[in-house]
Design a protein around this ligand. Structure first.
Ligand SMILES: [Zn+2]
Length: 208
């Protein structure tokens, strides 16, 4: 966003923020760790990032911050409101580090799991025209998001659009909310639940 000259002329002390936007130094905010003044929008982002990390830290200190791996493209779909489906029910609730393991489902595997319109939605969401472009686009072997697991219940027909798989009465819907993208970092994927270690916690940064 750039501001007009008129805006600039009304500023007492116009300065350019590190994000490239002009702001009045009188309306600026000091950064938390550096002696730099930034615009309101950058300040708000910094506050969001700090609050997000503090939430993660609290959950970690409570011993309730878990991690789980997904095969792509389903890991990245979690950032688009996917209802996760698994064959097992779970009583786990709380923060989950969402990791994309090294495995990418082949097109045939996705065709077995999902119906045509879901595959169409999938390609549209990531603005690609083919499944092979998707395979080149989505990250693997990295942690990509943090979300809250809030519910688990049998899969319903109504869950189909958001789960991106065909209805199956033997499936369970794992409902996440508040899924936020983080700066991706490399992680060893493994089957089933793991716990976030302090080392991993310290790598988590909200994507800006
Ligand atoms: Zn700024």
């Amino acid at each position: 966003m750039t501001q007009s000259n008129k805006d600039l002329s009304t500023m007492e002390m116009p300065v350019m923020c590190e994000c490239g936007v002009w702001f009045d130094l009188n309306d600026g905010y000091g950064k938390e760790d550096e002696n730099v003044t930034v615009c309101e929008s950058c300040h708000n982002k910094e506050v969001d990032a700090r609050e997000f990390w503090e939430e993660c830290e609290t959950e970690f200190l409570d011993g309730n911050f878990r991690m789980l791996s997904w095969n792509q493209p389903f890991a990245s779909l979690m950032l688009h409101g996917k209802i996760e489906t698994r064959r097992k029910s779970t009583n786990v609730r709380g923060k989950v580090l969402i990791c994309a393991c090294k495995k990418f489902y082949s097109f045939d595997q996705v065709k077995n799991l999902s119906c045509d319109y879901q595959i169409g939605d999938l390609l549209n969401l990531f603005s690609v025209i083919s499944y092979s472009s998707l395979q080149n686009k989505l990250p693997i072997g990295v942690a990509i998001a943090v979300g809250d697991l809030i519910n688990c219940r049998p899969h319903t027909l109504q869950d189909m659009p958001k789960s991106f798989v065909n209805h199956d009465a033997n499936l369970f819907s794992w409902v996440f909310e508040n899924v936020k993208q983080i700066d991706p970092f490399e992680i060893k994927g493994k089957q089933g639940w793991g716990f976030v270690t302090e080392d991993i916690l310290n790598k988590i940064r909200l994507k800006q």
